[in-house]
Write a protein that binds this ligand. Sequence first.
Ligand SMILES: C[S@@+](CC[C@H](N)C(=O)[O-])C[C@H]1O[C@@H](n2cnc3c(N)ncnc32)[C@H](O)[C@@H]1O
Length: 261
Amino acid sequence: MIITTGEAEAPTLVERARSLAQETGCRYVAREGRSLKRLAQMTGAEHVLVVLEGRVRLGGPGRSVMEFHPSMGFIRLKRVLNGNSDPMLEAARMEEGDSVLDCTAGLGADSLVFSVKGGKSGSITALESSFPLYVFLKEGLRTYESNMQVCNDAMRRIDVKHAHHRDYLKTLPDKSVDIVYFDPMFREPMNESASINPLRSYANNEALDEQSVREAVRVARKTVVLKEKRGSREFSRLGFTVPERSQSKIAYGVISIDRKA
Ligand SMILES: C[S@@+](CC[C@H](N)C(=O)[O-])C[C@H]1O[C@@H](n2cnc3c(N)ncnc32)[C@H](O)[C@@H]1O
């Protein structure tokens, strides 16, 4: 993967691109008026990350181009700030100050909602095993400027790490995080999930495995939560109970650690 800037190579952008490349072990390539296709051809890179003013874009030969935006997370956080409930937060029994390990960071929308709810005293760690997505999300959350300070602050508080969740969970002590959250790519894709579809070509599409769930149960103090399609067999296969609250197409299965289900 290479990192470059937009066509306008402002010194601040060049500096940002260079330092991100150094931080993540990628190669910085000066844009010098060349097309992204040309840069990819020249370097043989599979992924190209483009640093722009307040924005970041990810693409590559034969792949859809994504620009970082908090999308659905933004709409949901506004609802949460207005005092409305959010089914994910309810399933997790999230409270201000809680620590959350988001094991499937993706585009960071769920992490953002956790971060808003957790507030300044909360802590959110988001794990992403796909390297290009990890760099994209890390830079997106760090630089995206929305028109809401509370959203910007919540994005900056998320600590994004490049890790497979099973390996990372193994390194954590027992009962060291309040909530462990999984949102793996659905076993059967949902057509209407417009923001997730471009992600597919970059994402780790593996099913969630039993060992990761066992580790999550060991590490969590409060809840382990799995997001899946309503009616998915993944819930029973992995030992999650689904509250029959709504008719939504998405459901949140829960393993309660501190209470009997
Ligand atoms: C459905 S998306 C998550 C969407 C995310 N909840 C959001 O709000 O944007 C699943 C993400 O988890 C990542 N993933 C899948 N398996 C993983 C693993 N074992 N460890 C870390 N990340 C993983 C995928 O690469 C993908 O980006």
